[in-house]
Each structure stands twice: as structure tokens, then as C-alpha cells.
Design a protein around this ligand. Sequence first.
Ligand code: SF4
Length: 328
Amino acid sequence: MNDAGLRRGLLSWYRRAKRDLPWRRDPTPYRVWVSEIMLQQTTVAAVTPKYEAFLRRFPTVASLASSREDEVLKHWAGLGYYSRARNLRRAALAVVAGHGGRFPSELAPVLALPGVGRYTAGAILSIAFQKPFPLVDGNVIRVFSRLFGLKGRAKDPAFAARMWPLAERLVPKTGPGDWNQALMELGATVCTPDSPSCGACPVTAHCAAFAKGLQDRLPLPEPARAPVPVAWTCLWIERGGKVLLWRRSDKERLLKNLWGLPMAGSVAATPGRLLAKASHSITFHALAVELREAAFEGAPPPEAKWVPRGKIGDYLVSSLWLKLLKGR
Ligand code: SF4
């Protein structure tokens, strides 16, 4: 592999063809960090509008650190994987308490922040601080698998581990942030999972898979995972213009620690008339959710509270509730 030629070809393409994304316009450590956390397991199209609104509400690490968790979760609504938002706030508190509000620029303190792993640390250090740290994500695994002709499954941790030495070898001392973003950009827009656009690829001449006609067969396909069906009956309990909401515990399999509607069996109320149904996917779970009217007498237990009907959107952040309560 001609590393210098590969770098030249990919970087000049990236500078010409990169997408204009909001976090690329002013890549401060805070802006890069927020974008990288949001982009974990979420698409660019879904993140872009949420990112801009989030940055308007929490423009600095100090503003995020001084906010209530519920407020941060509300601005994360619809992005899913809510532990990311909690970790983001906890990490902001750590930056304020331990680093005087300035984002650390060394590997060890960045890795010590909640929710920051090797990939995110590499992204922040290379893009915001221009330090030559590598990164490996799903796009990079796929691109390397094809460029170097490596056989393995992208989601296999042992296969992913083989990519780090390659990423370290290739990351340049000058412009490491552009290099890392160029690799990911190639994976996102050209070297895509299905039918890579090799005709439009700037590094075809360096690609082992292309030379052998294996570009559609690398990396190896993942075994299909059957969705796990989950059936929920949720209760709509309304009294005097207020709705009873329920804080889900950290023992729940899904949507843990988030506000939701009470589930049948969680409060002493019998499910009655069917009001709505919704289907929703969370990771590999396929939820079939029913909403039923119910009456409840007495004081709510500690994990529940009455919320004015017009305010429930501040609490119910998962898009499941938006689907289920549409029109209510
Ligand atoms: Fe990917 Fe095709 Fe480019 Fe190889 S030539 S890196 S398979 S897009």
C-alpha cells in the first residue's frame, strides 16, 4: 500500500467534496464533542436539526453543566439512546469541576470523561486540537476492510481491533482531523455498505477489494438478528386536566430512567377502552404498544406524578410517545 498516495488522493477529494455539516463550520472541542456523541448510532440527517437546536440551548460546556438533567433529555428528544445525553451532562460537569471549564486536550483526561471512548477521544483530539490521534468507527472498518482486502465481520470486536494499528499508521501529523473525517466521509458517501460507488471513488487505485472484484463482499455480512417482539399496554390516566406520568426505573429493559406513561400493572388501575396503538423499534426490539384509558384514585406513588396535559411533551422524550399520543 502506497500510504502517501492514498493520503493525497483521499484528502484532495475530501477538501473538494465534503458535505457542509454544521459541526464542521466551527470545530471547537465542545461542538465536535456534542456532534460525535449525537452521531453515535444516529444518522447525519436525524442529528443535524437536533444539533443546531441543542447548541442554541446549550451554547457552552458551562451552560450544559448548569442545566437540569430533565432539561437536557428534553433537548435530546427523538435521538434515542438517552444514556448518551446523561453522560454528556455528567462530562460537562467534570470539565467544569476538573478542568476549569476548558475542554482537556490530552488523551487520558479526555478518555476519563463519561461516555467518551477511544473513537470519540480520537475525533475530538484530531478535529478540534489537530493532534495526530487515529479513530475507528463503522465507516472506517468498512473502508479499511476493502482497501486492505481484509475478511471479517464489521461488528466483530476482534476484527475492529485489527483496524486500530492501520488507523495509527495512516493518520498524518499535519491535518489529522481532515484525514479522519475524509475516511469517514468516504465510508458514508462513496464506500457505502451496499453497492459502493467505486466509479466515483478517489482511491480506487489503492483498493485491494476493487482490484479483486470483492468490493461487494467485504466486509463479510453480519448474521441476521431476528427482532424480539415486546408487547406493552400503557395507561392514559387523566384527572382535572393533569395526566399521570411514570418514571421508569433503571431496572427496565427499555427507556430506563425516562418518564413514560404508566404501564398496566405499575399502578392500581384497570385498563379500559382502547385509545390508540403504535409500533416502534428500539435497537432489536419490536414494540407493539396499546394505549388504554384507566382511572386511578388516591395519591400517586413516589415514581409517578401528575403533569398538566399541555406539559407532558416536556417529559415524554422518546418518539414512541409522539407516535402513541398523536392527535391527543
Ligand atoms: Fe470502497 Fe470501491 Fe473505493 Fe474500494 S474502490 S475504497 S471498495 S468505493
